[in-house]
Design a protein around this ligand. Structure first.
Ligand SMILES: NC(=O)c1ccc[n+]([C@@H]2O[C@H](COP(=O)([O-])OP(=O)(O)OC[C@H]3O[C@@H](n4cnc5c(N)ncnc54)[C@H](OP(=O)(O)O)[C@@H]3O)[C@@H](O)[C@H]2O)c1
Length: 256
Protein backbone atom coordinates (compact mmCIF):
# COMPACT_ATOMS: atom_id res chain seq x y z
CA UNK A 1 0.00 0.00 0.00
CA UNK A 2 1.29 3.44 -0.91
CA UNK A 3 1.24 6.29 1.59
CA UNK A 4 -1.12 8.08 -0.79
CA UNK A 5 -3.73 5.37 -0.13
CA UNK A 6 -3.88 6.56 3.50
CA UNK A 7 -5.47 9.77 2.24
CA UNK A 8 -8.32 8.03 0.35
CA UNK A 9 -11.83 8.38 1.78
CA UNK A 10 -13.59 5.69 -0.27
CA UNK A 11 -16.57 4.28 1.63
CA UNK A 12 -16.64 7.20 4.09
CA UNK A 13 -19.48 9.67 4.54
CA UNK A 14 -18.70 13.20 5.68
CA UNK A 15 -20.93 15.98 6.99
CA UNK A 16 -19.52 19.49 6.51
CA UNK A 17 -21.67 22.08 8.28
CA UNK A 18 -21.98 25.22 6.16
CA UNK A 19 -20.23 23.39 3.31
CA UNK A 20 -22.10 25.30 0.62
CA UNK A 21 -19.49 28.07 0.28
CA UNK A 22 -16.12 29.38 1.43
CA UNK A 23 -13.85 27.19 3.54
CA UNK A 24 -16.47 24.45 4.03
CA UNK A 25 -17.00 24.24 0.28
CA UNK A 26 -13.31 23.63 -0.42
CA UNK A 27 -13.16 21.01 2.33
CA UNK A 28 -16.27 19.29 0.90
CA UNK A 29 -14.71 19.26 -2.57
CA UNK A 30 -11.50 17.76 -1.17
CA UNK A 31 -13.41 14.94 0.55
CA UNK A 32 -15.47 14.26 -2.60
CA UNK A 33 -12.28 14.21 -4.72
CA UNK A 34 -10.83 11.67 -2.25
CA UNK A 35 -13.81 9.33 -2.72
CA UNK A 36 -16.16 10.21 0.14
CA UNK A 37 -19.90 10.81 -0.02
CA UNK A 38 -20.48 14.31 1.31
CA UNK A 39 -23.33 16.24 2.92
CA UNK A 40 -23.08 20.00 2.57
CA UNK A 41 -25.46 22.33 4.39
CA UNK A 42 -26.82 25.85 4.44
CA UNK A 43 -29.61 27.51 6.38
CA UNK A 44 -31.12 27.87 2.89
CA UNK A 45 -32.15 24.49 1.43
CA UNK A 46 -31.80 25.71 -2.18
CA UNK A 47 -28.22 26.91 -1.65
CA UNK A 48 -27.27 23.58 -0.06
CA UNK A 49 -28.80 21.57 -2.92
CA UNK A 50 -27.11 23.70 -5.57
CA UNK A 51 -23.69 23.30 -3.94
CA UNK A 52 -24.21 19.53 -3.66
CA UNK A 53 -25.15 19.27 -7.34
CA UNK A 54 -22.08 21.30 -8.35
CA UNK A 55 -19.74 19.11 -6.29
CA UNK A 56 -21.27 15.96 -7.76
CA UNK A 57 -20.81 17.20 -11.31
CA UNK A 58 -17.21 18.27 -10.58
CA UNK A 59 -16.15 15.06 -8.85
CA UNK A 60 -18.69 12.30 -9.58
CA UNK A 61 -19.07 11.74 -5.82
CA UNK A 62 -22.42 11.26 -4.10
CA UNK A 63 -23.27 14.55 -2.49
CA UNK A 64 -26.38 15.69 -0.64
CA UNK A 65 -27.42 19.26 0.18
CA UNK A 66 -29.47 19.65 3.36
CA UNK A 67 -30.83 22.61 5.33
CA UNK A 68 -29.18 23.03 8.75
CA UNK A 69 -29.21 25.64 11.48
CA UNK A 70 -26.61 24.63 14.08
CA UNK A 71 -28.40 26.82 16.65
CA UNK A 72 -31.39 24.49 16.52
CA UNK A 73 -31.11 21.06 18.17
CA UNK A 74 -33.98 19.55 16.13
CA UNK A 75 -32.36 20.71 12.89
CA UNK A 76 -29.04 19.12 13.91
CA UNK A 77 -30.72 15.81 14.74
CA UNK A 78 -32.66 15.85 11.48
CA UNK A 79 -29.50 16.33 9.37
CA UNK A 80 -27.64 13.50 11.15
CA UNK A 81 -30.64 11.18 10.70
CA UNK A 82 -31.03 12.04 7.00
CA UNK A 83 -27.28 11.66 6.38
CA UNK A 84 -27.33 8.16 7.86
CA UNK A 85 -30.53 7.16 6.08
CA UNK A 86 -29.68 8.53 2.65
CA UNK A 87 -25.91 7.91 2.55
CA UNK A 88 -25.76 4.81 4.75
CA UNK A 89 -23.75 6.13 7.71
CA UNK A 90 -21.58 8.93 9.01
CA UNK A 91 -17.82 8.82 9.61
CA UNK A 92 -16.49 12.38 9.44
CA UNK A 93 -17.92 15.59 10.92
CA UNK A 94 -16.47 19.00 10.10
CA UNK A 95 -17.81 21.70 12.41
CA UNK A 96 -17.31 24.57 9.97
CA UNK A 97 -20.47 26.72 10.32
CA UNK A 98 -19.52 30.07 11.79
CA UNK A 99 -20.20 33.78 11.94
CA UNK A 100 -18.23 36.84 13.02
CA UNK A 101 -19.69 40.02 14.50
CA UNK A 102 -16.79 42.42 15.02
CA UNK A 103 -17.29 44.35 18.28
CA UNK A 104 -15.08 45.34 21.20
CA UNK A 105 -15.78 45.02 24.91
CA UNK A 106 -17.24 48.54 25.07
CA UNK A 107 -19.90 47.91 22.45
CA UNK A 108 -20.71 44.18 22.44
CA UNK A 109 -24.40 43.42 23.01
CA UNK A 110 -25.76 40.32 24.76
CA UNK A 111 -27.60 39.48 21.55
CA UNK A 112 -24.47 39.52 19.37
CA UNK A 113 -22.37 37.71 21.98
CA UNK A 114 -25.03 35.01 22.18
CA UNK A 115 -25.34 34.71 18.38
CA UNK A 116 -21.59 34.20 17.87
CA UNK A 117 -21.02 31.86 20.84
CA UNK A 118 -24.17 29.86 20.11
CA UNK A 119 -23.26 29.38 16.43
CA UNK A 120 -19.49 28.89 16.59
CA UNK A 121 -19.09 27.04 19.90
CA UNK A 122 -22.42 25.58 21.06
CA UNK A 123 -23.26 24.71 17.43
CA UNK A 124 -20.09 22.63 17.15
CA UNK A 125 -20.86 20.91 20.46
CA UNK A 126 -24.46 20.13 19.36
CA UNK A 127 -23.32 18.53 16.09
CA UNK A 128 -20.54 16.55 17.80
CA UNK A 129 -22.93 15.36 20.53
CA UNK A 130 -25.40 14.10 17.92
CA UNK A 131 -22.74 12.33 15.81
CA UNK A 132 -20.56 10.88 18.60
CA UNK A 133 -22.75 7.86 19.50
CA UNK A 134 -22.62 6.66 15.87
CA UNK A 135 -18.85 7.12 15.64
CA UNK A 136 -18.44 5.30 18.94
CA UNK A 137 -20.60 2.40 17.77
CA UNK A 138 -18.59 1.87 14.57
CA UNK A 139 -15.25 2.35 16.43
CA UNK A 140 -14.01 4.80 13.80
CA UNK A 141 -14.59 8.49 13.37
CA UNK A 142 -13.12 11.88 12.76
CA UNK A 143 -14.32 15.20 14.13
CA UNK A 144 -12.64 18.33 12.80
CA UNK A 145 -13.51 21.61 14.47
CA UNK A 146 -12.71 24.76 12.52
CA UNK A 147 -10.85 27.09 14.87
CA UNK A 148 -8.90 30.15 13.79
CA UNK A 149 -5.71 32.04 14.47
CA UNK A 150 -8.09 33.67 16.98
CA UNK A 151 -8.05 30.37 18.86
CA UNK A 152 -4.64 31.43 20.16
CA UNK A 153 -3.91 35.09 19.34
CA UNK A 154 -5.99 38.24 19.81
CA UNK A 155 -7.11 40.97 17.43
CA UNK A 156 -8.93 44.00 18.82
CA UNK A 157 -12.71 44.18 18.41
CA UNK A 158 -13.22 40.40 18.06
CA UNK A 159 -14.49 39.83 21.59
CA UNK A 160 -17.17 37.21 20.91
CA UNK A 161 -15.43 35.57 17.93
CA UNK A 162 -12.10 35.12 19.76
CA UNK A 163 -13.89 33.75 22.83
CA UNK A 164 -15.74 31.24 20.64
CA UNK A 165 -12.61 30.17 18.76
CA UNK A 166 -10.50 29.90 21.94
CA UNK A 167 -13.38 27.75 23.23
CA UNK A 168 -13.09 25.51 20.17
CA UNK A 169 -9.65 24.37 21.36
CA UNK A 170 -11.00 23.45 24.81
CA UNK A 171 -13.91 21.62 23.22
CA UNK A 172 -11.51 19.80 20.88
CA UNK A 173 -9.17 18.64 23.64
CA UNK A 174 -11.91 17.38 25.98
CA UNK A 175 -13.76 15.60 23.17
CA UNK A 176 -10.46 14.03 22.09
CA UNK A 177 -10.12 12.52 25.59
CA UNK A 178 -13.77 11.50 25.75
CA UNK A 179 -13.71 9.72 22.39
CA UNK A 180 -10.17 8.31 22.26
CA UNK A 181 -11.25 5.00 23.88
CA UNK A 182 -13.61 4.54 20.92
CA UNK A 183 -10.98 5.12 18.19
CA UNK A 184 -12.50 8.47 17.29
CA UNK A 185 -10.09 11.39 16.80
CA UNK A 186 -10.94 15.04 17.35
CA UNK A 187 -8.74 17.87 16.07
CA UNK A 188 -8.96 21.56 15.31
CA UNK A 189 -8.08 23.04 11.94
CA UNK A 190 -7.19 26.69 12.43
CA UNK A 191 -7.13 28.91 9.33
CA UNK A 192 -5.48 32.30 9.09
CA UNK A 193 -7.09 34.92 6.86
CA UNK A 194 -8.83 33.52 3.79
CA UNK A 195 -10.74 35.18 0.96
CA UNK A 196 -14.33 34.38 1.94
CA UNK A 197 -17.62 36.11 2.70
CA UNK A 198 -16.80 36.39 6.41
CA UNK A 199 -13.83 38.65 5.55
CA UNK A 200 -15.69 40.99 3.24
CA UNK A 201 -15.05 43.99 5.55
CA UNK A 202 -11.28 43.36 5.29
CA UNK A 203 -11.32 42.68 1.55
CA UNK A 204 -13.16 45.88 0.68
CA UNK A 205 -10.89 48.17 2.77
CA UNK A 206 -7.39 48.44 1.19
CA UNK A 207 -5.83 50.14 4.27
CA UNK A 208 -7.23 47.54 6.67
CA UNK A 209 -6.06 44.78 4.32
CA UNK A 210 -2.53 46.27 4.19
CA UNK A 211 -2.32 46.16 8.02
CA UNK A 212 -3.41 42.52 7.99
CA UNK A 213 -0.93 41.51 5.33
CA UNK A 214 1.94 42.89 7.45
CA UNK A 215 1.15 40.20 10.05
CA UNK A 216 1.34 37.33 7.56
CA UNK A 217 4.90 36.11 6.91
CA UNK A 218 3.88 34.66 3.53
CA UNK A 219 2.60 38.14 2.67
CA UNK A 220 -0.83 37.23 1.33
CA UNK A 221 -4.27 35.96 2.29
CA UNK A 222 -5.03 32.28 1.80
CA UNK A 223 -7.14 30.76 -0.96
CA UNK A 224 -9.62 28.22 0.38
CA UNK A 225 -8.24 25.29 -1.70
CA UNK A 226 -5.04 25.72 0.35
CA UNK A 227 -6.96 24.12 3.25
CA UNK A 228 -7.78 20.97 1.29
CA UNK A 229 -4.60 19.07 2.15
CA UNK A 230 -4.76 19.76 5.88
CA UNK A 231 -8.47 18.90 6.05
CA UNK A 232 -7.97 15.66 4.15
CA UNK A 233 -5.06 14.70 6.42
CA UNK A 234 -7.20 15.15 9.54
CA UNK A 235 -10.18 13.31 7.98
CA UNK A 236 -8.28 10.28 6.74
CA UNK A 237 -6.29 7.29 7.96
CA UNK A 238 -3.15 9.39 7.45
CA UNK A 239 -3.82 11.10 10.82
CA UNK A 240 -4.68 7.90 12.76
CA UNK A 241 -2.37 8.82 15.70
CA UNK A 242 -3.26 12.54 15.83
CA UNK A 243 -5.90 13.65 18.32
CA UNK A 244 -6.54 16.70 20.49
CA UNK A 245 -4.25 18.81 18.33
CA UNK A 246 -4.61 22.08 16.43
CA UNK A 247 -3.24 22.46 12.91
CA UNK A 248 -2.65 26.07 11.87
CA UNK A 249 -2.87 26.93 8.17
CA UNK A 250 -2.15 30.61 8.49
CA UNK A 251 0.76 31.70 6.28
CA UNK A 252 2.86 31.88 9.43
CA UNK A 253 0.74 34.39 11.40
CA UNK A 254 0.97 32.48 14.70
CA UNK A 255 4.77 32.34 14.61
CA UNK A 256 4.83 35.75 16.30
N1 LIG B 1 -12.24 33.04 6.20
C1 LIG B 1 -11.34 33.08 7.16
O1 LIG B 1 -10.36 33.82 7.04
C2 LIG B 1 -11.48 32.23 8.39
C3 LIG B 1 -10.40 32.20 9.26
C4 LIG B 1 -10.47 31.41 10.40
C5 LIG B 1 -11.60 30.65 10.63
N2 LIG B 1 -12.65 30.71 9.77
C6 LIG B 1 -13.82 29.89 10.07
O2 LIG B 1 -14.12 29.08 8.96
C7 LIG B 1 -15.49 28.73 8.99
C8 LIG B 1 -16.11 28.99 7.63
O3 LIG B 1 -16.08 30.38 7.36
P1 LIG B 1 -15.89 31.00 5.91
O4 LIG B 1 -14.69 31.83 5.97
O5 LIG B 1 -16.00 29.95 4.89
O6 LIG B 1 -17.11 32.00 5.87
P2 LIG B 1 -18.49 32.00 5.09
O7 LIG B 1 -18.25 31.93 3.62
O8 LIG B 1 -19.26 33.14 5.64
O9 LIG B 1 -19.17 30.62 5.50
C9 LIG B 1 -19.81 30.45 6.73
C10 LIG B 1 -20.70 29.23 6.64
O10 LIG B 1 -21.32 29.02 7.91
C11 LIG B 1 -22.69 28.77 7.69
N3 LIG B 1 -23.48 29.17 8.87
C12 LIG B 1 -23.49 30.37 9.50
N4 LIG B 1 -24.37 30.35 10.53
C13 LIG B 1 -24.92 29.11 10.53
C14 LIG B 1 -25.89 28.46 11.34
N5 LIG B 1 -26.51 29.08 12.38
N6 LIG B 1 -26.21 27.18 11.07
C15 LIG B 1 -25.62 26.53 10.04
N7 LIG B 1 -24.70 27.09 9.22
C16 LIG B 1 -24.36 28.36 9.47
C17 LIG B 1 -23.06 29.56 6.46
O11 LIG B 1 -24.17 28.95 5.84
P3 LIG B 1 -25.46 29.75 5.30
O12 LIG B 1 -25.22 31.23 5.48
O13 LIG B 1 -25.54 29.36 3.85
O14 LIG B 1 -26.58 29.23 6.13
C18 LIG B 1 -21.80 29.40 5.61
O15 LIG B 1 -21.87 28.25 4.82
C19 LIG B 1 -16.10 29.53 10.14
O16 LIG B 1 -16.17 28.74 11.30
C20 LIG B 1 -15.10 30.64 10.35
O17 LIG B 1 -15.13 31.16 11.65
C21 LIG B 1 -12.62 31.49 8.65
Amino acid sequence: MSVLDLFRLDGRTALVTGGNRGIGRSISEAFAEAGASVVVTSRDAGRAEQAADEITSQTGARCLGLPLDVRNQASVEDVIARTREELGGIHILVNNAGINIRQDILEVSDENWEAVLDTNLAGAMRCARAVAPHLKEQRWGRIINIGSILSTVAIAARIAYAASKHGILGLTRVMALDLAPHNVTVNALCPGVFKTEINRPILRDPEYLKEFLKKIPLGRMGDTPELKGAALFLASEASSYVTGSALYVDGGWTTH
